[in-house]
Design a protein around this ligand. Sequence first.
Ligand code: ADP
Length: 451
Amino acid sequence: MALVALSAIQAYLIGNTYILKKKDFLRETDALVSKINDHELLDSLYFEGWGEDLALHISDYKNNRISKNEVLSRQKEKADSLNLLYTTIFEQELEALDLGFEVDYHRSLETIVVYENTTLDTIYHNTSQTPMVLFGTNFDHDEAVNNDNSRWYSEQEYITTQGDEVLTKTYDLEIRSANMMLIKDWRSIVLGRMAVLLIGSILLFFFVIGLLYYAIKGLIKQKKIADVKTDFINNITHELKTPLATLAVATKSLQTPALQNNATAFENTLAIIVRQNTRLQKLIDQVLSNSIHGARLVLHKESVVDNHFFNAVIQDFKLSHQHAQMTLIQEIYAPEVLLRIDRFHMTTALLNILENAVKYAKEDIVIKVNTKVKNNQYHIQIADNGIGISPKEQEAIFEKFHRVVDSNIHDVKGLGLGLYFTKQIIQAHHASIHLSSTLGQGSSFNIILPL
Ligand code: ADP
């Protein structure tokens, strides 16, 4: 809103500046061009050349020899005959001014009024924007500038007859005319004079919009980071709570004499303590390895035979998930291929994907692992028939601490670090990982290693 208000104020100020600059420019030009109108020769063309003829024609009009319109048409003819001389002088004077832009000009007729005794007779009165032009070129008055007006008042005589009597009568003649000019392209000249201001304002406007954009973007990013941190703290607290509670119960039971006397129960309880301890250790390791390796992962690559490596990984995975209702189908590329990989990290990366296939499964888990060589690249595909991932989550699950919220997050344990770490390892191998998944049907992770 502040930006909109500022823009409105800026627009208002620019509008005002435009009006002021226009006034200034017209005033400057008016001051220069007005001087030409005082030129002696132009004055004499108007007063002596054109004006004296008018007195004659009005005498004829007074004697009813011609009509008002005829007075005007004769005067127009007279003006036309003098126009070439008028414009030549005017043009010469304009050139001497060296304005740098084109100006049209004319002297137009405003009124011709005859006063005799107490009567007033209007011969001509201009009411329109297109008046009768005496000298100069034709143009409308709506955008023209009035340089000056002239009012010529004189006493005139005419001879008339009344019966047999010849009389000399007098009347007063008033002629008003206007000197007008029209500056061609005045708009672009005024805008040109405001160019620095206009361009400056536009640049400033876009700069402020840019700042606003970055500020809002930064704000959204910060908010996302804050959310991720809150989620992580919630998750880790939840993850730590269960083993700690189990440990508390187990240690308490170890203190009871009944259990101390029962060797098997004692051993079992100890085993529980060891398992919970290992789990806690694993959790801490997972967080630590991310903060240590997160920035830069150092690989120790070695040449590994593909099917030896995959068989070993799958074997270990099967062993640790004996209890699960799981079918694992493996199709490892038949001819042996030597891969340059970090055995330890690549195992972690693949296990993270395999573990997820079990964690986010429905009933009757089916996991398919297949590898093949295509276009000089080694393709590893791990597909499951689990709950699947919605399209809008598919990119995000590789982000640090991201967990899909819809799938009741606390049903399945996790910190949202597994896939993040997997992606880091894959990228460190200059490989890529892609996910294709359909919600409710399963997911397929595809890793492409350069050979
Ligand atoms: P964690 O499993 O610890 O939450 P991960 O980084 O391994 O963290 O996975 C991130 C999220 O991606 C998981 O919380 C889960 O919502 C989703 N996800 C990962 N793998 C699968 C899968 N195979 N099927 C469905 N959802 C998955």
